[in-house]
Design a protein around this ligand. Structure first.
Ligand code: PLP
Length: 437
C-alpha cells in the first residue's frame, strides 16, 4: 500500500517558519497569512498542485499579497466618471493631502493658541472661493446625504412635511438608487406635480399648502426629456418660493461650479445660486473632480438650519474628504477636467504611436462624461482597436487596464489614461501579443 501523497503536504507550522513567511508577517496580519497557507494546502489536497510545490506557492502568494486587495486600474474606456472605477480620480495635490490627513492633524485645533477651532474651515474657504454667490457651505458625506439632510431639515423638522417636486425629475441615479425613495425615507412627503414631460409654474403653485416645507428642483443627470416638453427653471421657481416664503432646494448633481464650454447644458452651482436657490446640492466626486462628498451651498440662514440638524452629524465629512476636497480646489486642475478637455489630435497621436508599434488600428471613438453628468454628450476622440480576446488579459494583468468591449472589438481609449502611462500600456500590449499572438 502506497502512502497517501497528501501526507507530504507541509504542515502549517513548517510553512509559518519559512523565512519569506516570517518576513511577510511584518507587513500582513496573521489571518491573511493563515488564509494563504490554507488555500495552498487545500489546493494540494484537491490535487490541483503537488505537495512539493505548496511551500513555493505560499512564498509567492505572501510576497505578492498586499494589505488591501484594491487594485489600481488604468481606465481605457473613455468614460471619465466611471462609477465602477470609483468615479473621479484625484489630483496629485489631493492624493498628497490624503497622506497628510492620515496622521494626527490640526483638524479642529488652532495651533497658535492651542485651543479648539472649527472643523473643516479650510475646506469651506476653498469651496466658497469657487462659489462667491454662496454665503456659507456645509460639507457632508455625499450628494445623497446632502439631499436627505436638506429635504428633511427644511420640511419635516419644521412641522411642514411636504416637498414639492416635478414628476419629470424623479430620477434613478445609479443601479437601484432612486432619489424619491431617499427623500421620503426620513418622513418627508413628496407632492409630485406635472407630468413626465411637462411641468408648469402653476403646477407647483397649486400644490403649495400650509403643509409645504420647500420646493425642490433636481437635475436629471443621466437622461433628458425632449420633444413636447416643458420644465420650470430655477429663476421661476425661486420667484414662486419667495412669494410663499418657502426655501428652494436645487440639486445640480455634478458639482460644476461654472459653465464649461464642453458641457453647455450642464447646470452649474453659480447659476443656481444666482437664479435664487436658497441651497444648492452637488457631489464632490463627479465633475468637481474631488473626493466623495456632498456640498450644500446657500444662504447663511439655511446652512445654519442644516448644520444644526442631528442628521448633519451622522452625515458629516471625515478628515480625508475635507483634506482632499480643499486640495482639489486649491490645485490648478483635476484629472476629470483634463480628460474632459484633452485635445483629440493629441489623443490620436498617442493612440497612433502605440497602435503602430503593435500593428493595430486606430478608430474614431467618442468619450463620455459618465455617471457624473453630461448625459448624451459625446467627446470626440480615438481608440486603439484590438481583437476582443485582448480584453481579459488586459483587465487581469499588472497593471490592470480596463478597455471598452463593443461589437467584438477591444477598444483602448486613452482619454482617461495619463500620458505618462502610455509606455506601460504599450508594454502590456506587446506582452499580450507575444503570449496570445
Ligand atoms: C449623483 C447625484 C446624486 C447623488 O450624489 P452622490 O454623491 O452619488 O451621493 C444626487 N442627485 C443628483 C442630481 C445626482 O446627479
Amino acid at each position: 500500500m502506497s502512502t497517501d501523497p497528501r501526507r507530504a503536504i507541509p504542515s502549517t507550522d513548517r510553512l509559518l517558519a519559512l523565512d519569506q513567511v516570517v518576513d511577510a508577517s511584518r507587513r500582513l496580519a496573521p489571518h491573511v497569512i493563515r488564509r494563504i497557507i490554507i488555500e495552498a494546502q487545500d489546493a494540494a489536497r484537491r490535487g490541483d498542485i503537488t505537495p512539493e510545490s505548496v511551500s513555493e506557492q505560499v512564498v509567492t502568494a505572501v510576497e505578492e499579497a498586499q494589505p488591501t486587495q484594491l487594485s489600481s486600474v488604468l481606465n481605457a474606456t473613455g468614460v471619465i466618471i466611471h462609477t465602477n472605477l470609483g468615479r473621479a480620480p484625484l489630483s496629485e495635490a489631493a492624493r498628497d493631502a490624503l497622506v497628510t490627513a492620515a496622521g494626527y492633524v490640526d483638524l479642529e485645533l488652532d495651533l497658535t493658541d492651542g485651543k479648539r477651532s472649527k472643523r473643516g474651515t479650510w475646506a469651506k474657504t476653498a469651496v466658497l472661493a469657487n462659489a462667491p454667490e454662496a454665503e456659507d457651505v456645509l460639507i457632508v458625506n455625499n450628494g445623497a446625504a446632502a439631499l436627505a439632510l436638506a429635504t428633511t431639515a427644511l420640511s419635516v423638522a419644521r412641522g411642514t412635511p411636504e416637498i414639492v417636486m416635478s414628476r419629470g425629475e424623479l430620477v434613478e441615479i445609479g443601479a437601484g438608487f432612486r432619489l424619491p425613495d431617499l427623500i421620503v425615507s426620513t418622513g418627508v412627503e413628496l407632492a409630485e406635480v406635472g407630468t413626465t414631460n411637462r411641468t408648469t409654474v402653476d403646477d407647483y403653485r397649486s400644490a403649495i399648502t400650509e403643509r409645504t416645507g420647500a420646493l425642490l428642483k433636481v437635475h436629471p443627470s443621466n437622461y433628458w426629456i425632449g420633444g413636447f416638453s416643458a420644465g420650470v427653471n430655477t429663476k421661476q421657481l425661486a420667484k414662486l418660493a419667495a412669494e410663499h416664503d418657502l426655501p428652494l432646494i436645487v440639486d445640480v448633481g455634478s458639482g460644476l461650479f461654472d459653465q464649461d464650454p464642453v458641457l453647455p447644458e450642464e447646470p452649474t452651482i453659480a447659476a443656481a445660486l444666482k437664479d435664487g436657490a436658497d441651497v444648492v446640492i452637488a457631489s464632490g466626486d463627479k465633475l468637481l473632480g474631488g473626493p466623495q462628498a456632498g456640498l450644500l451651498l446657500g444662504t447663511r440662514d439655511v446652512i445654519a438650519t442644516l448644520s444644526t440638524h442631528p442628521l448633519a452629524r451622522a452625515f458629516r465629512a471625515d478628515k480625508f474628504t475635507l483634506a482632499a476636497l480643499e486640495a482639489t480646489l486649491n490645485a490648478p486642475s483635476t484629472p476629470v477636467h483634463d480628460a474632459l478637455h484633452v485635445d483629440p489630435a493629441e489623443l490620436h497621436q498617442r493612440c497612433h504611436r502605440i497602435a503602430e508599434t503593435v500593428g493595430a488600428e486606430v478608430v474614431a471613438h467618442n468619450g463620455r462624461v459618465g455617471g457624473g453628468g453630461g448625459a448624451g454628450v459625446e467627446l470626440p476622440g480615438w481608440a486603439i482597436s484590438l481583437d476582443e480576446r485582448f480584453a481579459y488579459p488586459l483587465r487581469t494583468g499588472d497593471p490592470a487596464i480596463l478597455p471598452r468591449v463593443s461589437d467584438g472589438r477591444c477598444l483602448l481609449d486613452l482619454r482617461c489614461v495619463p500620458a505618462d502611462a502610455d509606455e506601460v500600456v504599450l508594454q502590456r500590449l506587446q506582452e499580450i501579443f507575444q503570449e496570445h499572438g
